[in-house]
Write a protein that binds this ligand. Structure first.
Ligand code: GDP
Length: 485
């Protein structure tokens, strides 16, 4: 019907079969409209992934909240009883910290749920319910908090007695000598997979431990990381992962495009901004500036790092020295580029915008520079703040080329959603001179798993987990992190 003015090819509403058909379009417009805005060539999900997702949706419907199976499972949890071969098993996902961390955490919990045939239920705090549409047809992925028996689950931490790590330490559980029957297992196990986790918690990534955990009906998982590269190191999951994801560099791409659809309010922020400021440019360049150290918040050195990355990699035309060069005779003759800057502050945006106003470009190209918001401070639990963060991640993902800041999960989400391998700005460390080179082209669009285990489960000793498999490598931004390539 001609309603795809921004995409390069006719929109593919269901993203090659990734999305289920039959969900209400009006209550979640982004799900079916996003393909109208995305210009990057879409990756095709494998038939195995499509089949697995349809079966998983069926499981979520059969065992999810408001079913008899769910009531029975909750009763067993309340009674603290475990049963032999339960009809439905669950993983409750608590994600926390910034929105980027939460999205990576929920995606990781989902893949774990898919691999282990568990129902995924997400903790509804942190606006998880207001930022994202329901991903599964005919059921909810939100944990009904009111009658969930583990009343204080959101406070679970590294010290919680029921954590897998503590149960191993205290010899309540032993993966080498699993109990004879599942009824001797606890009714639930808390998986503490936060960045601060200990060696015993990390045993989660070992085969024997997965075998033990597979008999526990309820798992409560808390993480703020993209743990998927760790799942690729578990032998028991490898065959299925290979089938589901023949393109290993696109695992998060598919998980994210399947799970995370902005709710209508956020989608309005995305689409209004896109149409007003970005749609008409011939090239959209996203530049994500994340300043972790206070001195980098407005630093001429970091500004130099950013511009030298953009110029060296020919992502933007250089500017002419107006004193020395006459104005180009036919300005505006060639293409236009829109730069989308996202950042908590406006300092870099103002400088880059000023640069392209004060000076002509060497190519005669027109460059416009835009920044949707500058929230100044990172905040927790404030709705409009998260809405904007989510809208800006999504806008970055709709760009044609992306420059991100190393270490930032905000950038990881944008690159994965958009299917783009970014140029990554090195984390600046020197107050007087920018890193050289200023940025690097990443190995893949996958997020980095920031705190992986460093253990060989078979040899039972320390190991270089980034050297065990050709497709699980050490990241370039976080040198001890792992990523899929
Ligand atoms: P990370 O800390 O860079 O890994 O990313 P997170 O998304 O986990 O946490 C940073 C949080 O700070 C975001 O969720 C936002 O709330 C806020 N934030 C950081 N950068 C930006 C930005 O460019 N735009 C907006 N709107 N918020 C940002």
């Amino acid at each position: 019907d001609g309603s795809f003015p921004y995409a390069r090819s006719p929109p593919d509403k269901l993203l090659g079969g990734l999305l289920p058909d039959g969900l209400d379009e009006r209550s979640c417009r982004s799900r079916y409209e996003s393909s109208m805005y995305s210009r990057n060539p879409a990756r095709r999900p494998s038939p195995q992934l499509i089949g697995k997702l349809r079966r998983h949706e069926e499981l979520q419907r059969r065992c999810g909240p408001n079913t008899d199976a769910y009531s029975r499972a909750v009763q067993q949890l309340r009674a603290g009883k475990s049963v032999d071969s339960p009809e439905c098993k669950y993983v409750v996902s608590i994600s926390h910290r910034g929105l980027g961390n939460r999205i990576l955490a929920a995606a990781s919990a989902f893949l774990y749920a898919v691999l282990t045939d568990r129902v995924l239920l997400v903790d509804p705090s942190n606006e998880m319910d207001e930022l994202f549409c329901e991903p599964f047809p005919g059921t909810t992925w939100l944990l009904p908090r009111r009658d969930f028996p583990l009343a204080s689950y959101t406070n679970f931490s590294i010290d919680t007695a029921e954590s897998y790590g503590n149960m191993l330490k205290n010899k309540v559980l032993n993966a080498d000598v699993p109990p004879a029957t599942a009824t001797q297992l606890p009714a639930f196990v808390y998986l503490h997979l936060d960045h601060d986790y200990g060696d015993e918690d990390k045993m989660f990534f070992c085969d024997d431990d997965q075998r033990l955990l597979s008999n526990v009906q309820w798992l409560v998982m808390r993480t703020d990381m993209y743990t998927v590269p760790g799942l690729f190191l578990v032998t028991a999951f490898q065959e299925e992962l290979d089938m589901l994801f023949p393109e290993r560099d696109a695992v998060f791409h598919f998980l994210a495009r399947y799970l995370f659809h902005p709710t209508n309010h956020v989608w309005g922020l995305v689409t209004r901004y896109y149409r007003a400021y970005l749609a008409r440019a011939e090239l959209r360049l996203g530049v994500q500036v994340r300043n972790f150290d206070p001195w980098t918040q407005q630093s001429p050195v970091v500004l130099r790092q950013i511009t030298s990355c953009l110029w060296k990699e020919k992502l933007l035309p250089e500017v002419l020295d107006t004193e020395k060069h006459a104005m180009p005779m036919m300005p505006g003759g060639s293409r236009t580029t829109a730069v989308l800057v996202t950042s908590l502050r406006s300092w870099y945006y103002e400088r880059i915008k000023g640069l392209y106003w004060d000076h002509a470009t060497a190519t005669g190209e027109d460059v416009s520079v835009h920044q949707p918001s500058h929230e100044e401070q990172q905040q927790y639990g404030k709705k409009s703040h998260d809405d904007r963060a989510w809208a800006e991640m999504y806008l970055l993902s709709l760009c044609d080329v992306l420059v991100t800041s190393g270490w930032s999960t905000f950038g990881y989400v944008a690159q994965g959603l958009g299917g783009m391998t970014p140029w990554v700005l090195h984390k600046p460390t020197n107050v007087t001179s920018p890193p050289d080179p200023p940025c690097f082209r990443d190995m893949s669009m996958e997020p980095c798993f920031h705190a992986p285990h460093v253990y060989d489960c078979k040899l039972k000793r320390g190991a270089d987990t980034g050297k065990m498999l050709p497709h699980v490598r050490y990241c370039e931004d976080v040198s001890w992190g792992l990523k899929l390539v």
